[in-house]
Design a binder for this molecule. Sequence first.
Ligand SMILES: *[C@@H]1O[C@H](CO)[C@@H](O)[C@H](O)[C@H]1NC(C)=O
Ligand SMILES: *[C@@H]1O[C@H](CO)[C@@H](O)[C@H](O)[C@H]1NC(C)=O
Ligand SMILES: *[C@@H]1O[C@H](CO)[C@@H](O)[C@H](O)[C@H]1NC(C)=O
Ligand SMILES: *[C@@H]1O[C@H](CO)[C@@H](O)[C@H](O)[C@H]1NC(C)=O
Ligand SMILES: *[C@@H]1O[C@H](CO)[C@@H](O)[C@H](O)[C@H]1NC(C)=O
Ligand SMILES: *[C@@H]1O[C@H](CO)[C@@H](O)[C@H](O)[C@H]1NC(C)=O
Ligand SMILES: *[C@@H]1O[C@H](CO)[C@@H](O)[C@H](O)[C@H]1NC(C)=O
Ligand SMILES: *[C@@H]1O[C@H](CO)[C@@H](O)[C@H](O)[C@H]1NC(C)=O
Length: 495
Amino acid sequence: MKLHNIFLLIFVALWRPTTQHIFLNKFYGNYQEQLRTQDEIHSAKYEYEIKTINMPIDHFSFSKVDTFKLRYLVNNTWQKEENAPIFFYTGNEGNIETFAQNTGFMWEIAPEFGALLIFAEHRYYGESMPYGNKSYANINNLGYLTSQQALADYIDLIEYLRSKPEYKHSPVVVFGGSYGGMLSAWIRMKYPHIIQGAIASSAPILQFSGVTECETFARIVTSDFRKAHSNCPKLIRKSWNTITNITSSDKGKEWLSEDWKLCKPLKNETDVKQFKSYLEDVYANLAVVNYPYKANFLAPLPAYPVNAVCKHLTNESLSGTELLTAVHKAINVFTNYTSETKCLDLNNSTPQLDAVGWPFQSCTEMVMPMCSDGVNDMFEPNPWNLDEYSKECMKKFSVTPQSNLVCEQYGCKDLSTATNIIFSNGLMDPWSSGGVLQNLSSSAIAIIIPESAHHLDLRSSEINDPYSVILARKYHRYFIKQWIKEHREKEGKLH
Ligand SMILES: *[C@@H]1O[C@H](CO)[C@@H](O)[C@H](O)[C@H]1NC(C)=O
Ligand SMILES: *[C@@H]1O[C@H](CO)[C@@H](O)[C@H](O)[C@H]1NC(C)=O
Ligand SMILES: *[C@@H]1O[C@H](CO)[C@@H](O)[C@H](O)[C@H]1NC(C)=O
Ligand SMILES: *[C@@H]1O[C@H](CO)[C@@H](O)[C@H](O)[C@H]1NC(C)=O
Ligand SMILES: *[C@@H]1O[C@H](CO)[C@@H](O)[C@H](O)[C@H]1NC(C)=O
Ligand SMILES: *[C@@H]1O[C@H](CO)[C@@H](O)[C@H](O)[C@H]1NC(C)=O
Ligand SMILES: *[C@@H]1O[C@H](CO)[C@@H](O)[C@H](O)[C@H]1NC(C)=O
Ligand SMILES: *[C@@H]1O[C@H](CO)[C@@H](O)[C@H](O)[C@H]1NC(C)=O
């Protein structure tokens, strides 16, 4: 399958321990696997040179001197003069080439700014493995996978670039979407003397304990479905009990396995739980990629795929097997759009390296509480339970999550000292739940894009882009110009 138009710069795997089985774990792992096919890289739209730079494995102690090779991508085609602006993508949880190919906005504006383009890979992802194929082998090797270390990598790389005479006074503007957007915002907050400004798209820097309510994400997903048809979330909500009821007998399990063409029939409670969890993932995914134009990702999706799903879920009186058959038709929009899916594979545990990185980060710093109540959202009630979550993390990685770490490190509640950051969020994107939706200061600005899903604004321009996305990109360009001008004025005074 050709993947010309890949959509997701997403959280690859918001890993949920089995007992906390809400949202986005396995399915995302599958995407990630698909995203990294050679096919994709060969059919790539943008070109760059691939380089590496030696990085300390540990930036924060003097006791460890080991280094590893961090990968980064360079394109200097548009740079015309000395001290050209450096447009720097702060890589997120995946192969950096994927992010380079899916951040068309940077490529589109580079000529106008005469900018040098850099895409830096996040440590422990893609080919930037501190301990080679043993990077994930144990906690001693894996423990250096933190956002602080990643930011320090990016700073070292920028300092290396600026150590060359031609970039000595170059302004640096960082870009990122999703987790990459969080890194962009944080690197400007932490290192304002090195980074002149940040475009942080769909960056849920507030999706943390005590800051954002854990239900918000589920409610936004539900609201996207409600917008498509008011009965749609009602029927989905009804379907959970129907599934429980029907699968309570062996005959029912058999029926469902056959009707849904599951690759492996449901045998017990655990299988049923996995089945439900799979459905939750699909719904959340649909909301995240609910883009306004037809696109060809994984399977081709129609414009506003949530609408296509909800077309099958409008008849409020559906119940029992009829309801589940309708739900099957509905999710086929996503899982079988090409009509080529032979059977539905609920087994998403892809023990790929990249699928391990984010689960580990979720078990250490990136603890993003999520829950559903089944009343204000269309999911099964599932409270947030940090104790259980912690137990699973201990079992899986021998670590205890530090759910306050991010807010301690970067700030959550009072960000009024932040400057030169654009936080853009699409209101249809469930991740806007943890986004910055209000201006923090006169130059840390929130841009709301009502019609947008997950960081549409960083993608290349499309004919069907809603006006609000076009406008957001105009804002970005305007502020980038300001930051560069400010920097040039300051440098002019200094030298
Ligand atoms: C940079 O991108 C331009 C335009 O896509 C391309 O022509 C050029 O070959 C690229 N440079 C490198 C070093 O890949
Ligand atoms: C891991 O890497 C080492 C050294 O590069 C190599 O010799 C070994 O075969 C690799 N092991 C696996 C399982 O890939
Ligand atoms: C559960 O299934 C039985 C038949 O298997 C049916 O009579 C009953 O109405 C169902 N209950 C619900 C809540 O769907
Ligand atoms: C449930 O069935 C699966 C196979 O479908 C099996 O791997 C698993 O161990 C079973 N779990 C329990 C709790 O019986
Ligand atoms: C809605 O579903 C009910 C129950 O299956 C059925 O009797 C009715 O005809 C359906 N209505 C429409 C408009 O399809
Ligand atoms: C996918 O669609 C095709 C054509 O409608 C159908 O034959 C196939 O069974 C479907 N697969 C699944 C898993 O539903
Ligand atoms: C599920 O995944 C595991 C690990 O990749 C694999 O061993 C197993 O065969 C898979 N089962 C199915 C039904 O795909
Ligand atoms: C945020 O700041 C921008 C730019 O100064 C301004 O246009 C916008 O109205 C502000 N938004 C709010 C909600 O104050």
